[in-house]
Design a protein around this ligand. Structure first.
Ligand code: SAH
Ligand code: SF4
Ligand code: F3S
Length: 496
């Protein structure tokens, strides 16, 4: 097959979670390193990358709908190249090209770093599907942040601390498509955050499916190998490597240690993280959040269900009581803590009584916001087999609506309680709906809309007095700029 004309532009569309978005930044970084330039609309791009998600069924449908639309675009422009990556690609593999033969490259979650090379191969030899079964621990390409990255925001960055997941929640496809849990070496993470800070980043979000189990595998690697001191220090951080040799203390860094170390990096003013699994939320993490000033007062603690029977069937590893105990401990220790959550409605076998328990926990937890989902059977997961226990969709719809109302009531109450307070925000830019309004985000992760007489650069820290509240945002008035944005204006950013 002859080489096609060299493409000049690309666009990436992301369908999934923050981890998926971060992978997109990395794919964009690789394509830019390969000489391509980003364009805003897919229709204008020579290469279109669809980075997919398969957490719920509608995510599947979205991809195949988009591919249908791209088919006619490719008929008009046969040189257009289409790449499908991400979790749905990992799950569906060859099926993607069977359903959409106009796709040029299919790659999975373990070979994101191959995006540019695979495009070259497809250009020279025709369409290619490359899905690997797992990421090899110790492979430096395993972590999205370890490659060229085209960050979406100049002042904020995602940092993947752990890939994969070792849990087996009965509803969840993530372990199947992201593989086993692998932690990124402690020393490497701190180096990366230092580089980001030097580049003007002031806010980092640490990413992992189960951040509180960070480091378990590092400890095993340390125990297993006779590592030279410098390698041990990269893996576990100098302090824990020393402890190992002296044999005195704990043999691995905890997530809490990572939080403190990242928060201590000069220039980092906000540290966020997602998600801590409630079963592994240690007192040390709560203490680190309470003590390290830069760690934001926001805890995203996914509940999934308030019924102990449903939680057990889901294999979540906690009861409603235990969950609430941890939440109460976090609220008691951390000043002005915002708590958000994820809840699934209609897990197989969920009764009215079970659902009533979920509403009880929602009332007790006083969430600041919640992502609510209707249970979606994912082929290959344990719960998808429980077809005789599937809940009537009409019943699920009604429960979902009741839950939505309960969550909004709670969010509005929490937000109203903030009226009159002065909050620090990081400016995100003009509001999407009204360019005269500026949008910022508080440490609690709440959006605030306010008027500024002169435009404020994204990444500026300012104080705002909260004047009004809605369920999903606050309104306010600008008080003063506390810290001007210090990052450079956009040039291609390469981290790592
Ligand atoms: N690792 C995170 C969850 C990541 S998936 C954790 O354990 O907290 C994000 C959310 O999607 C989950 O918290 C869950 O609420 C929802 N979810 C996952 N699988 C689902 C399914 N099959 N149907 C409906 N919602 C689902
Ligand atoms: Fe899925 Fe459970 Fe792992 Fe979260 S902890 S990614 S819900 S299996
Ligand atoms: Fe994220 Fe969706 Fe994959 S939620 S981990 S992109 S299945």
């Amino acid at each position: 097959m002859s080489e096609r004309p060299t493409p000049k532009t690309y666009a990436v569309r992301t369908f999934g979670c923050q981890m998926n978005e971060h992978d997109s930044e990395r794919i964009a970084g690789l394509l830019e390193a390969d000489g391509l330039e980003r364009v805003a609309t897919a229709e204008d791009a020579d290469v279109i990358v669809l980075n997919t998600c398969c957490i719920r069924e509608n995510a599947d449908n979205k991809l195949y709908g988009t591919l249908g639309h791209l088919k006619s675009l490719k008929e008009q422009r046969p040189d257009l190249e289409i790449v499908v990556g991400g979790c749905l690609a990992q799950k569906d593999r060859e099926l993607i090209r069977e359903r959409a033969p106009h796709v040029d490259v299919v790659l999975g979650t373990h070979n994101v770093h191959r995006a540019a090379e695979l495009l070259h191969e497809a250009r020279a030899h025709g369409p290619i599907v490359e899905i690997l079964t797992e990421t090899v621990a110790g492979d430096e390409t395993a972590f999205p942040s370890a490659l060229p990255t085209r960050r979406e925001l100049d002042w904020a960055a995602w940092v993947t601390i752990q890939i994969g997941c070792d849990n087996s929640c009965a509803f969840c496809i993530v372990p199947a498509v992201r593989g086993p849990e692998i932690s990124r070496p402690f020393g490497e993470l701190i180096d990366e955050v230092e580089r980001l800070a030097a580049d003007g980043v002031t806010e980092v979000t640490l990413l992992g499916q189960n951040v509180n189990s960070y480091g378990r595998d590092l400890a095993a690697a340390l125990r297993a190998g006779e590592l030279p001191a410098d390698q041990a220090a990269v893996l576990a951080g100098a302090r824990w490597a020393d402890d190992l040799t002296t044999g005195t203390a704990r043999r691995r860094p905890l997530f809490a240690d990572l939080l403190r170390a990242v928060a201590a990096v000069d220039g980092i003013h906000r540290v966020r993280f997602t998600s801590p699994h409630p079963k592994d939320l240690l007192p040390e993490t709560i203490e680190a959040m309470a003590q390290a000033e830069a760690v934001c007062a926001h805890l995203h603690l996914p509940l999934q269900s308030g019924s102990d029977a449903v939680l057990a069937a889901m294999h979540r590893g906690y009861t409603a009581e235990r969950y609430l105990e941890r939440l109460v401990a976090a609220r008691a220790a951390i000043d002005d803590l915002a708590v958000t959550t994820d809840i699934i409605v209609g897990f197989p076998g969920e009764t009215d009584e079970d659902f009533a328990r979920t509403l009880d926990v929602v009332a007790a937890a006083e969430y600041d916001s919640a992502y609510t989902f209707i249970y979606s059977p994912r082929p290959g997961t344990e719960a998808a087999e429980l077809t005789d226990r599937f809940v009537d969709p009409a019943v699920v719809g009604e429960r979902y609506e009741r839950l939505r109302v309960a969550v909004e009531r709670s969010a509005l109450a929490r937000h109203r309680a903030r009226i009159g307070r002065v909050e620090e925000v990081v400016v995100e830019g003009p509001s999407k709906r009204d360019p005269d309004i500026t949008t910022g985000r508080t440490a609690q992760n709440k959006l605030v809309h306010f008027r500024a007489s002169t435009p404020l650069r994204a990444g500026t820290y300012a104080t705002v007095e909260v004047t009004d509240a809605r369920a999903h945002h606050l309104q306010g008035e600008l008080r003063e700029v506390t810290r001007p944005a210090r990052h450079r204006t956009r040039i291609a950013v390469v981290a790592g």
